[in-house]
Design a protein around this ligand. Structure first.
Ligand code: 5GP
Length: 190
């Protein structure tokens, strides 16, 4: 996606050979016009499928997911990383190791919001080693939902997650795929 790549080139900060900071439009401040285009692009790519629910993880998956949900007319469910006082039972849970924070969180979704009748698309901001996606897939599977595929705003193709999950048969649509962050420079595939 051209606009997204331009935004990454202009505003992304390469923090190391493996970490990209994009907090001016995705991870802290949000660019709503870009998010709208991202939502529309995911909807276009999955226009061959019937989607009843968008599943993501807090917090940075919520903005792109909401715009996709708006375009599709489908609700958006986000997995929570912390136990909430009002979210106590009837939960699907999974463990997710965070690439950027180097800690493991238990993520949870109420069984009210994902069911065996759902056709789910899973959205996240980044794909690195695939841990977040695996956790969300686990939750969708516990609910008996059908997983239509995943949508990723920024895939880091030099890390293993995308390769492993595609080999397992998951359809992954990523809007920007980074080949390298070496020498402080962002290099894309294609
Ligand atoms: P994975 O679970 O695929 O290893 O990593 C994806 C998750 O880690 C995403 O939910 C995202 O929040 C975070 N993440 C991974 N790599 C990066 C990165 O380079 N920059 C930022 N900002 N977040 C990342």
């Amino acid at each position: 996606m051209k606009l997204l790549k331009e935004k990454i080139e202009k505003e992304g900060q390469v923090l190391s050979d493996t970490v990209l900071k994009v907090d001016s439009f995705l991870n802290h401040q949000i660019d709503p016009l870009l998010m709208k285009e991202i939502g529309d692009e995911f909807a276009k790519r999955y226009s061959d499928q019937i989607i009843t629910k968008v599943l993501t993880i807090e917090s940075s998956g919520i903005a792109p997911s909401t715009f996709l949900g708006l375009t599709l007319g489908a609700p958006v469910v986000f997995a929570r990383k912390r136990k909430s006082l009002t979210l106590t039972d009837n939960l699907y849970t999974s463990k997710v190791h965070s690439f950027t924070k180097n800690e493991t969180n238990e993520i949870s979704v109420s069984n009210k919001f994902i069911t065996a009748d759902d056709n789910v698309v899973i959205i996240d901001d980044f794909l690195a080693n695939g841990e977040a996606l695996k956790g969300l897939i686990d939750i969708a599977n516990q609910a008996g939902a059908t997983i239509v595929g995943a949508g990723i705003v920024i895939e880091k193709g030099f890390q293993e997650g995308g390769k492993i999950l595609r080999e397992q048969g998951l359809r992954i649509e990523s809007l920007a795929n980074i080949k390298s962050l070496a020498n402080g420079k962002v290099e894309f595939y294609d």
